[in-house]
Design a protein around this ligand. Structure first.
Ligand SMILES: Nc1nc2c(ncn2[C@@H]2O[C@H](COP(=O)(O)OP(=O)(O)OP(=O)(O)O)[C@@H](O)[C@H]2O)c(=O)[nH]1
Ligand SMILES: [Mg+2]
Length: 329
């Protein structure tokens, strides 16, 4: 099937996603381990294409969920370089690994090549490594929902580990914390006025701090300031460790991964991991419900000019929304 034909037959995005698979093929090829089918499914999720709901029902994850670790921090702190090193380390340990580079301010990428993928180029030919960029500009809460669904697809596909890199702007740090089991906050010695520059909210989401670029001046100062700042934080069961790395030389990565594993053990033994997973499922269900409701209301207003006219006349969005939802499907 020529890809231009997809424009008229399936979702127009099928063309953009660079795939000429139909939905039945997609499922079969996904199951057979074809990474192009996985990439296509993630494109559907990224665009919030409703056809993915059917796919989700058939591609139920099995077995052990992959460990999900998220890296966040200001632009240029070395997140991609760290992730590249972590991928290399995991491959040495025979783990398969998927990397999602998420940017809430980018348009849908459709998997297009971003700088992050170039930085991780050395893994491009490894069939046990899957690297994918995701964006969600213009979609309300779209990125965390899309990322969660993408993680579920990666789970169904059989990946052992999922690593997420989020560009540290706006709400994205909080979004990564909402989907990852372990959140690594990456800082550097170039922190301007020091640790006070750290944005509000970031201390709370960090399970592990990495002060990268330990080869640069000012590194020790950042570590000391961070340590004293953390000593003031309320004591929880988990005390976030502060690690030094030189990602550019792959220094400190073994310790970083050991800290991730220690945090996972903590999640497991304290029962916190299970609580978080349950909470995430509840949140996700609420987000999906909102998405379905929005779609239904938009469709009802488009299909029913009388209702639309009444809404304009009465100016009662709340009542109109309830009326549409009460109608059922
Ligand atoms: N001196 C030094 N430079 C580093 C180190 N790690 C990374 N860099 C450099 O820092 C720059 C930014 O690295 P990236 O890995 O792209 O940083 P990032 O956080 O992914 O950047 P964004 O994705 O744009 O937010 C690159 O030029 C890296 O080579 C390090 O440990 N020391
Ligand atoms: Mg990056």
């Amino acid at each position: 099937m020529a890809s231009w034909w997809c424009w008229g037959t399936t979702s127009p995005y099928a063309f953009w996603a660079g795939s000429e698979l139909n939905e039945a093929d997609l499922e079969t090829r996904f199951r057979s381990g074809d990474t192009r089918a996985l990439a296509r499914a993630i494109s559907l999720v990224e665009r919030r294409d409703p056809s993915v709901r059917a796919l989700e029902a058939t591609l139920r994850p099995k077995g052990q969920a992959p460990g999900v670790v998220g890296f966040t921090g200001a632009p240029g702190t070395g997140k991609s370089t760290l992730v590249d090193g972590v991928v290399a380390l995991l491959r040495k340990r025979e783990n398969s690994v998927a990397v999602l580079a998420t940017d809430p301010n980018s348009p849908f990428t459709g998997g297009a090549i971003l700088g992050d993928r170039i930085r991780m180029q050395r893994h491009a030919l490894d069939p046990k490594v899957f690297i994918r960029s995701m964006g969600a500009r213009g979609h309300l809460g779209g990125l965390s929902l899309a990322t969660r669904e993408a993680i579920r697809l990666l789970w169904a596909f059989g990946f052992d580990q999922v690593v997420i890199e989020t560009v540290g702007v706006g709400q994205s740090e909080l979004e990564v914390a909402a989907v990852a089991d372990t959140t690594v906050v990456v800082l550097t010695p170039n922190l301007g006025d020091g640790v006070q520059m750290i944005k509000a909210g970031i201390l709370e989401i960090a399970d592990i701090f990495v002060v990268n670029k330990a080869d640069l001046d000012g590194h020790a100062r950042v570590v000391t300031e961070l340590r004293s700042m953390l000593s003031l934080a309320p004591k929880g069961n988990w005390k976030p460790p502060i690690l030094a790395t030189v990602a550019a030389r792959q220094d400190g990565l073994e310790d970083l991964w050991e800290a991730v594993l220690a945090h996972r053990r903590h999640l497991e033994s304290s029962g916190r991991g299970r609580q978080l997973a349950e909470q995430r499922l509840r949140d996700e269900t609420a987000e999906v419900a909102a998405e379905i409701a929005r779609e239904r209301i938009r469709r009802a207003l488009a299909d029913d000019p009388a209702l639309s006219a009444r809404l304009l006349d009465t100016g009662t969005p709340y009542g109109t929304a309830e009326e549409i939802l009460d109608r059922g499907r």
